[in-house]
Ligand binder design. Structure first.
Ligand SMILES: [Zn+2]
Length: 176
C-alpha cells in the first residue's frame, strides 16, 4: 500500500483472500482536484474492503458524506448527501466482461494497482442526481436575477430560456 496526500494505491499483488480494510477520507481539496471542477467541495469518508477471490479481485466500498455541486438553477453551491454501498470486481489482463459494466474494472498485468480515490470519486459521481437543485426558496435570489438579466440580453422575449443549459453556464463560469 502506498499513501500520499492525493493518492491511495491498492497493490493487487499484495491482496490476499482474507483481504485488507482501508479507511480514508476525501476533503474539499481532494474532491475538487479529482472532479475537475464538477464538485465544489465536500467531505467523504470511505471504508473499503479489498480482497482476492480466485482470479478476480473484489472491492467492497462504503461511501458516506456530503459534496457541494453547482445548483442547476442558480449555480450557487448546493449540498448533496452521498451514501453508497457497492461492489467492484477487478480482473487483470484479458477480461470476458462487458466494458460497460461499471461493477467491473480491468487492469493490465503491467500495472496491477488501483487508485482507491479514483474508485471513490467515480462512485460519488454516480450517486449524484441528474438534476441538482436547491430546495424551493433556497436558491440564491441575486444569482437568479443576474442569470435572468444575462439570458434576456440580446433577446427581449424570454423564449430562449430553454436554450441555455445551466450546466454549461456553470462550466463556463468555472473556467473564468
Ligand atoms: Zn439554487
Amino acid at each position: 500500500m502506498t499513501m500520499k496526500s492525493d493518492f491511495y494505491i491498492i497493490s493487487l499483488d499484495e491482496l490476499t483472500a482474507e483481504g485488507e480494510e482501508i479507511n480514508c477520507t476525501l476533503d474539499d481539496h481532494d474532491l475538487q482536484k479529482r472532479s475537475n471542477g464538477v464538485l465544489l467541495g465536500g467531505s467523504i469518508s470511505c471504508k473499503a474492503l479489498a480482497k482476492k477471490t480466485g482470479d478476480l479481485f473484489h472491492v467492497h466500498l462504503l461511501i458516506d458524506g456530503n459534496v457541494q455541486v453547482p445548483c442547476d438553477r442558480c449555480l450557487s453551491p448546493v449540498n448533496m448527501e452521498i451514501n453508497h454501498d457497492g461492489d467492484i470486481y477487478v480482473s487483470v489482463g484479458n477480461d470476458p466482461h462487458d466494458e460497460d459494466d461499471r461493477h467491473f474494472i480491468e487492469v493490465t498485468s503491467n500495472d496491477k494497482s488501483l487508485d482507491l480515490y479514483d474508485l471513490i470519486y467515480s462512485n460519488v459521481e454516480l450517486c449524484l442526481p441528474f438534476r441538482r437543485l436547491h430546495k424551493p426558496g433556497e436558491c440564491d435570489a441575486a444569482m437568479i436575477a443576474e442569470l435572468e438579466r444575462y439570458q434576456s440580453d440580446g433577446n427581449d422575449n424570454k423564449k430562449n430560456d430553454a436554450n441555455i443549459d445551466p450546466r454549461w453556464a456553470a462550466l463556463a463560469s468555472l473556467k473564468n
